[in-house]
Design a binder for this molecule. Sequence first.
Ligand code: BJW
Length: 236
Amino acid sequence: MSHRNLVVLTGAGISAESGVPTFRASDGLWCGRRVEDVATPEGYAADPALVQDFYNQRRRQLAEVQPNAAHRALAELAARWAGGFLLVTQNVDDLHDRAHEETPPAAGFELIHMHGELLKARCTRSGVVTGWAGDMTADQPSPHHPDGVMRPHIVWFGETPLQMERIQRALAACDLFVSIGTSGAVYPAAGFVQAARHSGARTVEINLQPTSGARLFDEGAYGPATEAVPAFFDTL
Ligand code: BJW
């Protein structure tokens, strides 16, 4: 089967074997935390120090992890894919970015971090986004506006994910949609499979185990991402 326009959606499961915790596992990031406290604008307004500390810890942890065989298999596919290839990640880590720096993609490739990036910060008044590698304080002064503070460049619950129009255009034009390492618990990403089906695309789920939305996919490939992802891309 030959495909021209590919959309791949990734979630926390693709980075799990690099040592980045997922969210909803029993030992995951939400364990022992209330989601509303650390991943909503209301939680940030109530206790900015708690929220900044949560993201400071995760930003520091990024220095200790590396892309794994699944990130690299995606980068190798992007280097040889002749058509359109949109990689949409819900992950805020930079492991895809690093894999694509090692293996530069072909011209039709694009990467979107729809839930933001740990290594960027945003001014609350001007909206200016800048690279940010270190810790942030509760009232981190903004260099971009005298009354602004810098917050993590992260999409919290109730906020609009990034580049949705671009993503919807790609889903409307794709003929292969692959969802990797995501529970499908969070919208709008959880609805991408239906949009892709509506376009007539072949839809594939790759995960440790079938998710609650597995029946929405034409096919499933189950196992650790570092094995299942390279094996599936070898078939393309
Ligand atoms: C492996 C593996 C291995 C493990 N190999 N696999 C009621 C109904 C419907 C929707 C709503 C509703 N009420 C509110 C909403 C909307 C809301 C929502 O979806 N809420 C749900 C709780 C229902 N969504 C929003 O608010 C979003 N905004 C929005 O909708 O705006 C409106 C709008 C839409 C469209 C256009 C315009 C406007 C914003 C959502 C923001 C999500 N933010 C978070 C946290 C911030 C980032 C961060 O701190 O890192 O993003 S939540 C968290 O969940 C994070 C993740 O990106 C996201 C998804 O999680 P993911 O990646 O799926 O991780 P897990 O842990 O759930 O799953 C891991 C998977 O990996 C599992 O399946 C494992 O099996 C697998 N796995 N190891 C392969 N080795």
